[in-house]
Ligand binder design. Structure first.
Ligand code: FDA
Length: 499
């Protein structure tokens, strides 16, 4: 982008509002009045000034990967501050830290690290086009999280602009706000301009594998067994599990494919005995495994193996795909008949339409107390399930109906899962944002917030940290300038609703 401000009359406007997921754009017909694409931090003040002057809410966009599109779509009149041009990455190898601007993507951060060293890395998500601003402020789980925790747990400083246009750092923002932006989600507290993060040291050689098994190859028993070891194995080992439903070329019937997608922070000769001891049922053999550098593993898990490194610098291609996601935390292994019930649901959806991602916890994630950061999902969790359903919208009159079919399917699966997952609250991960959990009100073109209403989803995302997030919000943004459909409300809203 070469301009600072775009209006709907500008030819690049349509490209700028494109986001990962097409569904929110279809659900929320309202398009931004203006899009600001600042090149310098101080230019953001212009957007804040405009928003106040026009009485139009601001939405913040870094990588545009919000599951509900809240960075570029809304029911109310809004403008967007798009940070794509604020994407510098500065690495201090000597102190093993990096300053990363919010508009950088994870791919860009990983790419810059790889230019510096083979053993310097960062712990964050797998998808290279995800943005730093949204991802890190909501947590940020990746293939090294059992060893090095979440991206947010590695923040050591930050630059945040408040609603007065002041730029704060860790010292000037104070520990309350610094706590809130390490897992409390983007949007509610200010505009994150940059994070300073701790880097981690990884071995020169790591090992990856992606072993797949169908139902006919014992997938159900393996998934069942996996639940007993996934959070307990050596913390250098992270076995992520992807589940899809396809038609078997052998039987012609639908079958579940379980992919055990794994990173081991070490060589294959150490991995094999470990797997034999901790998960012999998988039958892992040496030829399933590949040794590589950390950055090659980044490409491997992003499905970009053997591509040149520069592929990590690409932004997300335009997509026609519609997507709905939800999440759940599992604290007791799901019994075999429970798993079979999930398979039945998956077979009902279009082939490859549903994708479940089971990501193990345990390891160093357990060493944080629930209140150390706003991200409360620590010990007691075996794994998180991310439910995803993908489709291409059927054009024409039935578009709405077709979309509803997939969304309803997901809600039915979610209701089936209630027995098997965390309760009181039924916890969820803010970075897998789900508006089914509740929304702030929209009235007279504005988002109005209410403590009691927000508490419903707030407790799911943050457990008891929700109350502290509300206190911080009340202190740092009492006028509720930074808000969206699922932002944290200030206390002031209580008096409105309780009187
Ligand atoms: P986006 O720009 O849409 O922002 C997300 C939210 O944060 C919005 O509400 C936005 O307003 C707010 N925000 C953005 N920038 C801000 C800023 N600078 N200051 C304040 N608020 C800001 N997660 C994970 O933990 N591990 C993973 O491996 C993956 N993988 C993955 C793959 C794919 C394909 C998708 C679509 C998503 C994931 N995620 C994930 C989830 C991801 O972490 C989540 O969607 C992040 O919020 C995306 O951050 P972006 O900056 O890209 O989104």
């Amino acid at each position: 982008t070469s301009h600072l401000i775009y209006t709907p009359n500008n030819s690049s406007y349509a490209t700028l509002i494109q986001i990962e997921n097409q569904r929110p754009a279809a659900t929320f017909p309202e398009k931004p009045l203006l899009i600001f694409t600042p090149f310098y931090e101080h230019q953001i003040r212009l957007a804040i000034h405009c928003s106040k002057k026009l009485g139009v809410e601001i939405r913040l966009r870094s990588g545009g990967h919000d599951y509900e599109g809240l960075s570029s779509a809304s029911e109310v009149t809004f403008m967007v501050v798009d940070l794509r041009n604020l994407r510098a990455v500065k690495i201090a190898s000597n102190e093993k830290t990096a300053w990363v601007q919010a508009g950088a993507t994870l791919g860009q951060l990983y790419h810059t690290l790889a230019q510096k060293s083979r053993t310097l890395a960062f712990t964050a998500g797998v998808c290279p086009t995800v943005g730093v601003g949204g991802h890190i402020s909501g947590g940020g789980y990746g293939m090294m999280s059992r060893k090095h925790s979440l991206a947010a747990d590695n923040i050591v400083d930050a630059r945040v602009m408040n609603s007065d246009g002041q730029i704060l750092n860790r010292r000037s923002m104070g520990e309350d706000l610094f706590w809130a932006i390490r897992g409390g989600g983007g949007t509610s507290f200010g505009i994150v301009l940059a994070f300073k993060v701790n880097l981690v040291t990884v071995p020169e050689t790591l090992t990856v594998f992606n072993v797949t098994r169908t139902s006919e190859q014992n997938a159900t028993q393996l998934v069942h067994r996996w639940q007993y070891i996934a959070d307990k194995v050596d913390e250098n080992l992270l076995l992520r599990l992807f589940l899809r439903s396809v038609t078997s070329p052998v039987t012609g019937n639908r079958t579940v494919i379980a992919s055990f997608t794994t990173l081991y922070l070490g060589g294959v000769q150490d991995l094999l005995p470990l797997m034999k001891q901790q998960f012999p049922e998988l039958g892992l053999v040496e030829k399933d495994c590949t040794e590589m550098s950390w950055i090659e593993s980044v490409l491997f898990f992003a499905g970009l193996q053997n591509k040149p490194l520069d592929v990590l610098l690409e932004t997300a291609p335009p997509s026609r795909q519609y997507f709905k996601g939800k999440s759940d935390y599992v604290q007791e292994p799901i019994p075999l008949d429970g798993l079979q019930g999930i398979w039945r649901f998956m077979h009902e959806e279009d082939e490859m339409g549903s994708r479940l991602e089971l990501s193990p916890y345990g390891g160093v994630l357990n060493s944080f107390s629930e209140s150390e950061t706003p991200f409360p999902h620590r010990s007691g969790n075996i794994f998180i399930i991310e439910y995803g359903v993908y489709w291409h919208s059927s054009k024409g009159n039935n578009e709405e109906q077709g979309d509803q079919k997939h969304i309803k399917w997901m809600r039915r699966l979610y209701s089936y899962m209630a027995t098997y997952v965390s309760k009181n609250p039924r916890a969820a991960y803010i970075n897998y944002r789900d508006l089914d959990l509740g929304m702030n009100n929209n009235s007279a073109g504005n988002t109005t917030t209410c403590y009691e209403q927000a508490r419903v989803w707030g407790m799911k995302y943050f457990k008891n940290n929700f109350q502290r997030l509300v206190r911080v919000k009340t202190k740092v943004d009492p006028t509720n300038f930074f808000r969206n459909e699922q932002s944290i409300p200030p206390y002031a809203a209580i008096s409105v609703y309780s009187s």
